[in-house]
Write a protein that binds this ligand. Structure first.
Ligand SMILES: C[S@@+](CC[C@H](N)C(=O)[O-])C[C@H]1O[C@@H](n2cnc3c(N)ncnc32)[C@H](O)[C@@H]1O
Length: 460
């Protein structure tokens, strides 16, 4: 695909983690900052090197202030499959675009970056010397250069077959690094208030990015737990709000999830988590509430709904219930045994979630959530849908040999008319995910373990 000539070419160096989540993250962020995703590559597959076109350096910088999937971005000056190809590509790069960064008053440094191979210092120096033909007029400054240039060599993805020569070589001017540091600084290991299902920091930021969360947005998590997803959204300047059916979680009471600690301490709650990161001003509130019975008046309140509903594995899927709703066969239970919460089928939960999102999101707002699936039975048609919501991306994260969860991102594209109008979507025909109501049973049945064992013995 030919690129429009008005666009500058950039090289993104991607992290080799959560591969499936990378493209939707970059696409979502570019659309947030007014840049369309244009690429010269048909598919980015697993490579850490992505060439793409962006209208301006400002947009490239904004992208890097948000991404946790990309490590760095470079303005691409040249690219080739051999050193000769790279040098001739560099000779074709317009000198007037180079000069502002190479003039005699400037300082610079050249770095060599290799993927899947380590070079000796001598080899690195050789590569730097070979670039002598570029019109560098400034002084080298290794400690604090004004401009950093990088040669990036790609030796493929297979550590068992490292080629003698790189598949691709790039040369570019470094512009900015991404936000990979957030994964460490927001790690749940160091977080004040955590639970068994607290969302990993890296994935929380990816979810907020898929959700196009931006400053002054209002973000809601209906299954808020310990608020891991609120923390990530607040970091990007959104006001956050959540609900959970569990009184103890919302109030930070009950048993602690940390080893060597029996009960939660006096200030272990979501507000304190936000305070820990200097984000308390973004805390709206958290309430005890059942997602199956939303207590909201009509209106579009949220810019994004970002959530991790329960799958029934480490926490139960529940909804509030009354005596009238007690399943047949249990009527004879003595009154003291009447359950105050009933099981909440996964398909009903996702139907409710999509309907709620369609009703309460602003137009263009996004719903981002995890859908657990039993992989042997999974087909794309199973992903719940709604006429007001468009599927933006569907990324798989494997949990075991036969189970995974999919990160689903949807965007509200139609105004919601009336709740009753969508009730037909509850029928089998419209709810193909229904078969997965037994996800929990399948997960615990031992079937997955047995199959994994069988597969292992076949491989041996
Ligand atoms: C997977 S956890 C969410 C974890 C959260 N993202 C975090 O970082 O801690 C799911 C949460 O949903 C809650 N939950 C279960 N059924 C619910 C319901 N019907 N309405 C609201 N919350 C519910 C559980 O109490 C649990 O805290």
């Amino acid at each position: 695909m030919a690129l429009p000539s008005s666009l500058n070419r950039y090289l993104l160096l991607m992290a080799q983690e959560h591969l499936e989540f990378r493209l939707p993250e970059i696409k979502s962020l570019l659309s947030l900052f007014g840049g369309q995703f244009t690429s010269s590559q048909e598919t980015y597959g697993k490579s850490p090197f992505w060439i793409l076109s962006i209208p301006s350096e400002d947009i490239a910088r904004n992208l890097m202030k948000r991404t946790v999937c990309a490590k760095s971005i470079f303005e691409l000056w040249g690219h080739g499959k051999s050193p000769e190809e790279l040098y001739s590509s560099l000779k074709n790069y317009p000198v007037e675009k180079m000069v502002p960064f190479l003039h005699s008053d400037s300082t610079y440094k050249i770095k060599i970056h290799t993927f899947n191979k380590t070079l000796t210092q001598e080899e690195k120096v050789k590569r730097i010397d070979a670039l002598e033909f570029l019109p560098f007029e400034g002084k080298v400054n290794l400690k604090k250069p004004q401009h950093i240039f990088s040669v990036l060599e790609d030796y493929g993805l297979d550590p068992n077959h490292i080629p003698e020569n790189p598949h691709n070589i790039y040369f570019g001017r470094w512009i900015a690094d991404g936000q990979r540091d957030l994964i460490e600084s927001y790690s749940v290991k160091k977080r004040h208030f955590i639970g068994n299902t607290s969302m990993d920091a890296g994935l929380s930021f990816i979810m907020a990015n898929h959700g196009k969360v931006k400053e002054n947005d209002i973000v809601f998590d209906p299954f808020v737990g310990t608020g891991g997803l609120l923390v990530a959204s607040a970091h990007f300047g959104a006001y956050v709000y959540g609900t959970d059916i569990d009184y103890n979680t919302v109030h930070g009471l009950g048993k602690a999830s940390r080893k060597n600690q029996k009960w939660r301490g006096p200030d272990e709650n979501i507000r304190a988590n936000l305070r820990q990161y200097g984000l308390e001003k973004y805390y709206l509130d958290v309430l005890v509430s059942d997602a199956s019975k939303p207590s909201w008046r009509k209106g579009t309140f949220f810019d994004a709904i970002i959530t991790d509903p329960p799958y029934g594995i480490r926490e139960s899927t529940r909804r509030t219930g009354s005596q009238k709703e007690i399943p047949k066969g249990l009527e004879k239970c003595p009154e003291s045994h009447v359950p105050v919460s009933l099981s909440y089928h996964l398909s009903d939960m996702f139907f409710d979630l999509l309907n709620f999102a369609a009703e309460t999101l602003v137009l263009g707002g996004r719903l981002v959530y995890w859908l657990p699936v039993y992989t042997p039975e999974y087909t794309e048609e199973m992903v719940p849908w709604h006429p007001c919501l468009k599927l933006i991306s569907n990324c798989e994260q494997k949990l075991s040999s036969h189970t995974s969860r999919h990160l689903i991102t949807m965007e509200k594209v139609e105004e919601f008319e009336n709740r009753d109008q969508y009730s037909h979507l509850l029928s089998d025909h419209f709810l193909p995910y229904q078969g997965h109501n037994s996800f929990r049973e399948k997960y615990f049945s031992g079937v997955t373990k047995r199959i994994a064992k069988e597969e292992k013995s076949i491989q041996e």
